[in-house]
Design a protein around this ligand. Structure first.
Ligand code: SF4
Length: 344
């Protein structure tokens, strides 16, 4: 590619990324770094056209992916919906494996490629389908509700799935007062608290999983930062502990946090979720201040421009996401039940 065209890409990247400090390194996005990234970004854009591919990037991946090559950025639910709307033959899903599996469930005829070098998730990997089958035997009267952050095999063992955006609404609408919620014990506790606030009486049992990012927030640090930052609005994810949730102004999904910031007159926020969201809002709202503390997901950060190039150029068999047909059918029924309860 001509030097002029590469300079234009470097300018474009620097224009978007110059204000980002919540990332892998505070000096990652200086002008020289953007110049180094430009040929990679140019080659990925070219291959994307040649392969008729769409690149979906979770908000928690690196800002260079979001700003440089992603067609859509969002949470796993929003991206899976986007995936089902695209006409492309190939979906490159920069995220973790269970999310790419959900995209594959919703788009069985498309090729779904995962560029992460470590596509695990401490939450999704905390429970297996075999363990859920055992729990079902032990709790035959409970409706099994799984968070979307589970593998397709686990979803296939459950009755209904929920997202962080609709968990309270869906569980409230389930016509049973015995719920087994998995795999996140912290979200399960927040669910108990929220339903109690709404006057809904249900027994909520949970398994013992947690997200290594969201469970690490310290309520005392939050108290300290609030004291140092008068007027601070604290937005937390329901995967955080109940001590964090009760100290927050808003508890919701990343999309709900984005909507809150977009509609708020306040100018100082703290986002208790993975750093990628803070990096994204630093790009989108340069006039607002986003106070640390920022935690990174090592699995989401294993996505890179180099990984995206690799799966577009020459994907290895393990890069392609597949779901066995019998698992896919039952997992899809679990997801469809969520749509029915959430949107009905
Ligand atoms: S942030 Fe937590 S839930 Fe999300 S992929 Fe990372 S470990 Fe899993």
């Amino acid at each position: 590619m001509e030097k002029e065209a590469l300079d234009a890409i470097a300018d474009e990247l620097y224009g978007k990324l110059a204000g980002v400090s919540a990332s892998v390194s505070p000096c990652l996005y200086d002008r020289a770094a953007c110049e180094r990234m430009a040929p990679l970004v140019a080659r990925i854009r070219e291959l994307k056209r040649e392969r008729n591919a769409t690149i979906l990037a979770h908000t928690y991946t690196g800002s260079e992916i979001v700003a440089g090559v992603a067609d859509f950025t969002g949470d796993s639910y929003m991206l899976s919906k986007r995936a089902s709307e695209t006409e492309s033959d190939v979906i490159v899903f920069a995220a973790v494996r269970f999310m790419a599996e959900t995209a594959k469930l919703l788009n069985p005829t498309k090729r779904v490629l995962l560029p992460a070098t470590d596509g695990r998730c401490s939450l999704a990997d905390s429970i297996t389908a075999e363990q859920v089958a055992e729990l079902r035997k032990a709790h035959p009267d409970h409706v099994f509700v799984c968070y979307i952050n589970t593998t397709a095999a686990v979803k296939a063992q459950c009755d209904v799935c929920v997202t962080s955006g609709n968990v309270f609404k869906v569980v409230e609408r389930i016509p049973s007062d015995k719920i087994f919620f998995l795999p996140d014990r912290l979200m399960g506790q927040n669910l108990r608290n929220e339903l109690a606030k709404r006057g809904v009486k249900k027994e909520i049992l949970t398994s013992d999983g947690a997200c290594h990012v969201h469970e690490s927030y310290d309520p005392e640090l939050l108290d300290f930062l609030r004291m140092r930052n008068p007027g601070l609005k604290v937005l937390s994810h329901p995967e955080c502990s109940e001590e964090i949730a009760e100290r927050s102004d808003v508890v919701g999904s990343t999309e709900q946090m984005l909507r809150y910031i977009a509609g708020s007159c306040d100018d100082r926020f703290m986002l208790l979720t993975e750093c990628g969201l803070a990096a994204r809002v630093q790009c989108e709202y340069p006039g607002k201040t986003f106070v640390g503390s920022c935690q990174m997901c090592r699995y989401m950060k294993s996505n890179s421009l180099e990984g995206i190039l690799r799966v577009l150029e020459n994907p290895a068999p393990g890069d392609e996401v597949t779901v066995p047909a019998d698992v896919a059918e039952r997992a899809l029924a679990c997801i469809r039940k969520m749509f029915e309860l959430a949107e009905g």
